[in-house]
Design a binder for this molecule. Structure first.
Ligand code: C3B
Length: 811
């Protein structure tokens, strides 16, 4: 496509789809026309992909995920279509500012954090590897909330990403699927003596599919992401409508459409809300129906399901799919129970993303039974069969039965979704080596004893397209020049950069790129948030959801203790290494401690940033509403990556990988994928500190008392006392009482225990930073040795270990 054809297409789009011309177009008109012009260039490939995959009856990977944290679409679509320069030139030729138009896009924030972003990386890699795949999820009307700070405290605003429409989606209301809820179940016995269940639901909604293109990189393949939106069914409406109650009919519509209204903002701490279970069943039921119809519903076709599709359950959120498939097979298609169970178990696999017990979903039997009565029965039967089998294999161990049952009895009778997932799946995987070990040996140990072969690991990865190629054009060109462009599709090629770590000129250029990225980010931060940072400071970055286990508090105590020592005259502030500590973090709206910590970070920032004694050598920058768009600017600018969770708590982390790939050095614990990062980049190029997971375990079982650390470490005491003194709250000593007393008397995540080791590692880091050339060498090695962390590699691992779905390249 030439600049001329792009321009004339664009103008035609403006006129025919938006009904405006260049003179009258709004920014949104222009952006939409630009998006459509780009999209047009991918549609033929998309149609061709679908045709090819259908003709070959290829096995399809169906990724079931309640979250996709996609990030901006335009940049990625341009990359995939190879039209970036053309589009830029075309806009310029029309007198339009491309970057300004691109900034009109509101990113679809249909996820909370790591889990949702991982799903987005995975669909990108599946497309790039030519794997027939579809991502199924929910088209939330409102994605993750927009965070603002009011007097330093988090406030949440609804995210209205669809307000001006989205040019990237293709709705297909005519292909809607009906999803039913509630009601009752009747049983009869068939002529052959089989139990026949008839579910009479009491209400239903329609699931309307919206398709999104997922283009592969460096291939013609374009896969789909299918997100479901809830709409009231006509029959539902009409029934009430005919009764003459107009108001009730409208209310019913609102009720139905509520299902896809809002993404629950809890990350790792499910709230057990009924609407959430409705969401889960809603998207899973629609997705299964959609997939099965593609395979065929005759008995013969259904028997081929395991060859035709594999469903990956992204955490427990879609696990209700297991009883739903059983219901479809047994009740709707009359497959015998045992055969249905064999099919079901062979098409599902489960990825667990956590180790926190409170993050494993359980649904009260009362609630699940009311919303999905037939599914509740099916779960009971699956559980009865499982327990019978267990009693046979492990007789006289009723405690084991209690522990492993899908149904927990205490404190409330409830369905353990992780158990249902494990029992109903072929494979169960964790998301980093350490995590998978702990999953196998701790969280699901009874199951791994029973079925050792079921458990496997797939270490997470990130897409190099979005997080290096697009986010870091400076580094990308440098790499291209050094080793060619193959790394974007095969990230292991980064290894070839290793010898260049010894090349002084390359190191200097690498340093220049980093510096330019810092300048670029400083400008973004100034424009976006009015925050000023100097590119001459170390950019010390901690961005992730706010959670106590991630320990933003430990980072903050480091800052406060430096400040405290300056105040006490312990050292001359002019000897401080100039540092800006960058935080980005949203807290779940109901997570009070997390919100207190946000307020404290902002309070400390306000005080130290304006204290002339520090002479700007130590600053905190905490831009509100950290999201994918900001991440793409921030990560390439980082010098230091803070990955400081308590060992044994962070399943993997994926931010850690993005930073290493962009040449930041990690300071971190032996947790999640940090372990693998350190092994690969080399221990000299990673700042390690903190207790190991077995040490944590030991300390906790011996009875951890955080106050002891407070008493024995003067720097720590100084920092905590300074907070408690009201130094950051205008003398109000009660302002951060909750945080302080939690640290002193509970400290569930051993912040105080790791403080000393962390401070030591920080001073090692500062000395290392003083030698810029040696630092650059370590940074280059981080990039060169992080190729393993491509999501392409993760997907290959899933294919080899779990999915066994061959690629179907387009001719
Ligand atoms: C996250 C984990 O907390 C991260 O360690 C992990 O890297 C990602 O998933 C991806 O595997 N996670 C999340 O974002 N939300 C959850 N509910 C559970 C885990």
């Amino acid at each position: 496509m030439t600049v001329e054809t792009f321009s004339s297409d664009f103008i035609a789009r403006l006129r025919h789809s938006r009904g405006v011309d260049l003179e009258t177009a709004s920014q949104n008109d222009l952006y939409s026309a630009l998006a459509w012009t780009v999209r047009k260039n991918l549609i033929d490939r998309w149609l061709e992909t679908k045709k090819t995959q259908a003709a070959q009856k290829a096995k399809v990977v169906a990724y079931l995920s309640a979250e996709y944290l996609l990030g901006a679409q335009l940049n990625n679509m341009l990359l995939a279509s190879g039209l970036e320069q053309t589009a830029r030139d075309a806009m310029a030729s029309l007198g339009l500012d491309f970057d300004k138009l691109a900034s009109v896009e509101v990113e679809p924030g249909l996820g909370n954090g790591g889990l949702g972003r991982l799903a987005a990386c995975f669909v990108d890699s599946l497309a790039t590897l030519d794997i027939p795949a579809i991502g199924y999820g929910i088209r939330y009307q409102h994605g993750i909330f927009r965070q603002t700070f009011v007097d330093g405290r988090q406030a949440e605003q609804p995210d209205n990403w669809l307000e001006l429409g989205s040019p990237w989606e293709l709705p297909h209301p005519e292909a809607s699927v009906t999803v039913r809820f509630g009601g009752s179940v009747a049983h009869a016995t068939s002529a052959t003596g089989e139990d026949v269940a008839t579910w009479t639901p009491s209400w239903e909604v329609e699931a309307v599919p919206y398709n999104y293109l997922v283009p592969g990189y460096g291939t013609a393949n374009v896969n789909s992401l299918r997100l479901w939106s809830a709409r009231a069914t006509q029959s539902f409406d009409l029934q009430i409508f005919n009764s003459g109650d107009y108001e009730a009919a409208v209310r019913a519509q609102t009720f139905a459409e509520n299902i896809s209204q809002v993404l629950y903002p809890e990350d790792s701490t499910p709230q057990g809300k009924e609407l959430r279970l409705q969401q889960q069943y809603f998207f899973v039921a629609a997705s299964l129906r959609d997939m099965i119809e593609q395979v065929g519903t005759s008995l013969d076709a259904l028997r081929t399901l395991p060859e035709r599709v594999v469903f990956q359950l992204n955490d427990t959120h879609p696990v209700i799919a297991i009883p739903e498939l059983m219901r479809l097979l047994v009740d709707e298609y009359s497959v015998a129970w045992d055969e249905a169970w064999d099919i079901t178990r062979s098409v599902f696999n489960y990825t667990c993303h956590t180790l926190l017990p409170e993050a494993l979903e359980v649904w009260p039997v009362e609630l699940l039974g009311r919303l999905l009565p037939r599914h509740m029965e099916i779960i009971f039967r699956i559980n009865d069969d499982f327990i019978a089998e267990l009693r046979e294999q492990r007789p006289h161990d009723e405690l084991l039965v209690r522990r492993m049952s899908i149904i927990q009895e205490q404190p409330l009778r409830a369905v353990r979704m992780a158990h249902l997932a494990t029992i109903g799946s072929t494979k169960v995987n964790g998301v980093a080596a350490l995590h998978s070990e702990l999953l196998k040996d701790k969280v699901l140990v009874d199951f791994s004893n029973l079925w050792p072969g079921k458990f496997t690991n797939v270490t997470n990865g990130v897409t190099p397209r979005r997080f290096v190629k697009l986010a870091n054009p400076g580094l990308s060109s440098l790499i291209d020049e050094a080793i060619g462009t193959g790394w974007v599709k095969d990230l292991s090629e980064l290894r070839q950069l290793e010898p260049l770590a010894e090349d002084a000129e390359f190191r200097a250029r690498f340093r220049d790129v980093k510096y330019a990225n810092k300048v670029r980010f400083a400008k973004v931060l100034q424009e976006r948030d009015g925050i000023e940072v100097s590119p001459d400071a170390i950019f010390d970055v901690m961005v992730k959801r706010l959670h106590e286990y991630k320990r933003q508090m430990l980072k903050l105590l480091h800052v406060v203790s430096l400040y405290d020592r300056v105040l006490k005259g312990d050292f001359d502030p002019t000897t401080l290494t100039k540092r800006v500590v960058l935080f980005g973090a949203k807290a779940a709206p109901g997570y009070l401690m997390a919100k207190e910590i946000i307020a404290l970070i902002n309070a400390v920032g306000k005080t130290i940033n304006s204290d002339p004694r520090l002479d700007g050598r130590l600053r905190i920058a905490f831009p509100a509403n950290y999201n994918v768009t900001l991440a793409e600017k921030l990560i390439p600018a980082a010098d230091v990556s803070e990955q400081i969770s308590l060992a044994g708590k962070e399943a993997s982390g994926t931010g850690n990988m993005k930073f290493a790939l962009n040449g930041a050095l990690t300071i971190g614990t032996l947790d999640g994928a940090n372990v693998e990062i350190r092994e690969l980049v080399g221990e000299d190029n990673f700042f390690l500190f903190g207790l190991t997971e077995p040490e944590v375990e030991q300390l906790q079982s011996a009875g951890y008392q955080s106050a002891k650390y407070y008493e024995s470490n003067p720097a720590l005491r100084g920092a905590i006392d300074l907070i408690a003194s009201g130094a950051f709250s205008n003398g109000d000593r009660s302002a951060f009482e909750r945080v302080v007393s939690d640290l002193l008397w509970h400290d569930r995540f051993l912040v105080l225990a790791d403080f000393e080791s962390y401070i030591e590692a920080q001073s090692t880091l500062e000395s290392a930073y003083a030698d810029q050339d040696a630092w650059s060498r370590a940074a280059v090695l981080n990039v060169a040795r992080s190729g393993f962390f491509s999501s392409d590699r993760s997907i290959r691992d899933y294919l080899d270990r779990i999915w066994h779905a061959p690629a179907v390249p387009l001719r």
